[in-house]
Write a protein that binds this ligand. Sequence first.
Ligand code: ZN
Length: 200
Amino acid sequence: MADKQPGWDWNIPFTRNFPLSDGMSADQASTKRYLSAMRGMFSDEGAFNAVLEEENPLVYEFYELGAPADAGDLAFGTSITYPGKVGKEYFMTKGHFHTILETAEVYWCIRGKGLMLLENPEGDWRIEELVPGRAVYVPKRYAHRSINVGTEPFATFFVFRADAGHDYGTIETKGYRKLVVERNGKPVVIDNPKWREDAR
Ligand code: ZN
């Protein structure tokens, strides 16, 4: 069942290093999401195009280890969302549901200041603020997105059941019910005008 990844055996204890700051060495390369890969995810299309005309900033990156997709294993790593905005909307991750919807996750903030936007298919949504030392429990069924509302990189450590899988498509086509934008220098939650209940 397990898809054994090259490199090491997940049945034997091991340690890995994750960077806690820019320039610190990691044991593996990160997956990087540049703004150009996030077309349609920010509400202000004009602002999105304006930023891209100037540059294609790194919005977020994450370090993962390619855990075998086994229910008995744990996938873990770190996620770093960089400070910035598209129009009034803060830099954020795409966000995802788990392919196995009934699987939870923990994120522990290790740097910066951010929000976790949580939303389930039944329509319940929450915003949880994260600062270094604080962890958020993402329950079963909740999509989750990291949002950097600070001025330095917002970094979290995450761990979840290794076979949970990622469903990005639902969020990409449907969006979230809510957005977080800056108003008078503070993050405010608003309805997403582009959210479509029927889209799938
Ligand atoms: Zn997840």
